[in-house]
Design a protein around this ligand. Sequence first.
Ligand SMILES: Nc1ncnc2c1ncn2[C@@H]1O[C@H](COP(=O)(O)OP(=O)(O)O)[C@@H](O)[C@H]1O
Ligand SMILES: [Mg+2]
Length: 253
Amino acid sequence: MARRIALTGLKGGCGRTTIAVNLASALALRGQKTLLVDLDPQAAATLCLGVEPGPEDSTIYELLIGQEDNLARAVVPTPVKDLHLLPSARRLYGAELELADEPNRALKLSGMLDRMDEGYSLVIVDCPANFGLLTLNALCACPEALVPVLGSSLSMAAVEGLMEVVEAVNAELGVETRVAGMAPNMVDKRTGTQAAIMKKIEGKYGKSLVRSRIRLDAKLPEASAAGKPIQLFAPKSNAAYDFEVLADDMSVL
Ligand SMILES: Nc1ncnc2c1ncn2[C@@H]1O[C@H](COP(=O)(O)OP(=O)(O)O)[C@@H](O)[C@H]1O
Ligand SMILES: [Mg+2]
C-alpha cells in the first residue's frame, strides 16, 4: 500500500494546499510515484497545478459517489513527471449531502484508495478547512496527518482543536491516524509575536514539529498563480529550498 498523508488543519489559509502541492512535487521529483488527491471543493490544489476539469471529466467527486470506478480515468498528469493529480471541482460540495445517508460514508476515500492506488508509492490528500465528511474521509484513509502551523494564537487553537478531532475519530471509528508532523509555515523571523508563539508550540508539541521552517516567500503564491510547483517555477527560491528540507523530514516522521 502507498504511504498516505493527509494535509489537514482546521484553519483556513494556513498553507495546507501550498504544502500538499509543493511537498508532493518535491517527493515526485525524487522519483516517488505520487498521487495528489484534491479533496477540497474549492479545488485550489487543482488550480495550483494548472488543471481545470470540465463538466464531463471525472474527478474525485465522481469517484467518491460511485459514478466513476476507474481511478486512472480521473487522474491527470502534471508538469512533474511522477506527480499525478486527482482533481477536484466545485461539484464536490454536493458530496457531503449526497453521501449523508450512506453506510460507510466516512470510508469512501479509504475504500477507493485500497482498491485503486497501486502504482503509487505516496498519496497526499489536500483537505478542506472545515471538519466535515470530506476531512473525516481523509482521516480515515490516511494513517498520517501533516498539519501546517502559523505563528499565531489562532493557529495554536486550531492545532489543539485538530488534535481533539483526531483522537475522537480514532476512538469512534477504530482507525489509527496520528499527527505525524506539524509544519511551521510562513515563518518570518522579523515578527516578534510569531517567534514567541512558535516557542510555545515547540514547548507543547516539540516532538511533532518537523525540522523544516517554510519561510514566507512571495514566490509561492506566484508559482500557484502560474499553475506550477515551486521547484519548476523558482528552483533557486527560499521556498524551493525549504520544501527540500521538508521532503527530507518526511523520511524520519
Ligand atoms: N510560505 C508561504 N509564503 C508566502 N505565501 C504563502 C506561504 N504559504 C502559503 N502562502 C499563500 O497563502 C495563501 C493560503 O495558502 P493555502 O496553501 O491556500 O492555504 P490553505 O490551503 O490552508 O487554505 C495562498 O495564497 C498561498 O499562496
Ligand atoms: Mg487549501
